[in-house]
Design a protein around this ligand. Structure first.
Ligand code: PAF
Length: 282
């Protein structure tokens, strides 16, 4: 496995592989890798070509400095996992490789980035879009893999790539869950034992809420909020039924229309000082 730290080394490797007829698949991550990331790598490997994983904790997407400081950094363990998974290269640049002195271009995302995560974390998706566009420019991949766990991020990246005509295929991969249903996340390791025991209730309550919404229960979202608080979550940033593509809120009546667009239930709630997010189809 090649470990690449700067753009010339990354470009040279990409050019060599492409020259040999290989397609380039990219898996962007912020490290603290878990089985969910390895599932993205495996999807990329199944689709063929060379697989590059990027590890970069992007300061531009953290609107809270203490969240950035607390973000787990486990580079040696990450490299070992990637080596074992048979990744071709890891690109792990420093902040000044990604944002060199004089850097002054920042993307500003529109409507799809405004509700839900965008409202709870102002500027977050502008930072994601900026670094994702940079990673695309630096690695020039043919395909890029994102987890559906960050559903809104996936829609933001699809919009970005469409709007800027970026010549790359965006592939969404299903959320991986622990046996008790908790969506895998790098943040889960910050949950204490008591909170870890409560955490799977987010998914369980979301499944019950999805069933209630499908059955036409207008009070389902209010009940979900009450159940989450009773389980020990709080504050709850949102739990909302939305159009799966635009993330605009949907009413029960709109969801029941015969020609209704796919809908998604999305939630973000705090537990033990850790912010958990999840989403499921409706
Ligand atoms: O999902 C993530 O880990 C990050 O938001 C990403 C896409 C790697 C951009 O920093």
């Amino acid at each position: 496995m090649q470990v690449l730290r700067d753009v010339p080394a990354l470009r040279a490797q990409v050019q060599a592989w492409r020259g040999a007829g290989d397609a380039i698949a990219l898996v962007p991550t912020m490290g603290a890798l878990h089985a969910g990331h390895i599932a993205l790598v495996q999807s990329a490997q199944r689709d063929g070509g060379r697989v590059i994983v990027t590890i970069f904790v992007n300061p531009a997407q953290f609107n809270n400095p203490s969240d950035l400081a607390k973000y787990p950094r486990t580079e040696a363990a990450d490299f070992a996992l990637l080596q074992q998974a048979g990744v071709d290269a890891v690109f792990a640049p420093s902040a000044d490789v990604v944002y060199p002195p004089g850097f002054s271009t920042h993307l500003r995302m529109g409507a799809v980035a405004k509700p839900l995560e965008g409202a709870a974390r102002p500027g977050h998706f502008d930072g994601v879009a900026t670094v994702v566009a940079k990673l695309f420019g630096m690695a020039q991949p043919d395909r890029v893999y994102f987890g559906e766990k960050d559903w809104q991020q996936l829609q933001v990246v699809r919009r970005l790539s469409l709007d800027l005509n970026l010549p790359v295929q965006i592939i969404g991969c299903p959320t991986l869950r622990d046996a008790d249903g908790l969506a895998m996340s790098s943040r889960n390791i910050r949950l204490g034992p008591a909170a870890r025991a409560i955490a799977p209730q987010l998914y369980r309550i979301m499944q019950d809420t999805a069933a209630a919404l499908r059955a036409g229960d207008d009070a389902a979202l209010d009940q979900a909020r009450a159940q989450l608080l009773a389980a020990g979550f709080g504050p709850i940033d949102y739990i909302a039924a939305c159009d799966a593509g635009t993330l605009l809120p949907l009413t029960i009546a709109a969801m029941a229309q015969p020609a209704a667009q796919p809908a998604r239930l999305l939630a973000a709630a705090w537990l033990d000082g850790v912010r958990l997010i999840d989403n499921i189809p409706l």
